[in-house]
Design a protein around this ligand. Structure first.
Ligand SMILES: Cc1cn([C@H]2C[C@H](O)[C@@H](COP(=O)(O)OP(=O)(O)O[C@H]3O[C@@H](C)C(=O)[C@@H](O)[C@H]3O)O2)c(=O)[nH]c1=O
Length: 185
């Protein structure tokens, strides 16, 4: 397994091996023991999620959940390609408010582990993009938190292609990072 630690502590990019033969390939996309060793975490996942985005230029994010339902996520792409982003909103973190990104695709087979305490979002770079991710806490609608994708203070360099991204109504209405911070004051 290829393991790369990204610039923000705890963020890990993993590429599990693919064993190819004339039929195609086989891959252990999640192996608890190998994952624990590679990511250096005791995370126990309790829910698997999948989304399909019909077109390139769909943006979902930036999302998280408040304690006690904060979620660590292990994200991968089984069809298409995304620009995947994590924003550090761990209150005591020296990198609070900083973001990191990596490309995940069905082709590169990479996964991103995002610890609890980050916001997560992605932008689809191809049509019919299928994202699958494991989370370590159940969905809790009344504990959802978020920040608007284009917040100027965060300054995420989304690789926008062809104008405005396609967003949900909920994501269009997310607060700025300043308002998000004020809600903790
Ligand atoms: C996230 C989630 C949503 N839902 C429901 C709520 C709603 O009716 C429908 C679609 O939800 P959303 O619009 O929030 O879906 P989406 O915008 O794809 O939200 C996801 O975005 C990415 C970036 C993440 O990191 C995820 O954790 C999640 O927040 O699915 C669940 O039932 N369980 C879940 O775990």
């Amino acid at each position: 397994m290829e393991v790369e630690r990204l610039a923000l502590a705890g963020l890990v990019r993993l590429v599990p091996p693919r064993l190819g033969d004339e039929r195609g390939f086989f891959s252990e996309t999640f192996n608890a023991a190998r994952f624990r060793q590679a990511a250096g975490t005791d995370t126990v996942f309790v829910q698997d999620n999948q989304s399909l985005s019909r077109q390139a230029g769909v943006l979902r994010g930036l999302h998280g959940q408040r304690a006690p339902f904060a979620q660590a996520k292990l994200v991968r792409v089984t069809r298409g390609r995304i620009f995947d982003v994590a924003v550090d909103v761990r209150r005591a973190s020296p990198t609070y408010g900083r973001w990191a990104a990596t490309e995940l695709s069905a082709e590169n087979w990479a996964q991103l582990f995002i610890p609890a305490g980050f916001l997560h979002g992605f932008y689809t770079l191809e049509p019919e993009t299928e994202v699958q991710y494991k989370v370590d806490a159940h969905y809790a609608a009344d504990h959802e938190i978020g920040v608007v994708w284009n917040d100027p203070e965060l300054g995420i360099a989304w690789p926008l292609e062809g104008g405005s991204p396609l967003l949900s109504d909920k994501d269009r209405g997310l607060p700025t990072f300043a308002d998000f911070n004020a809600s903790f004051a």
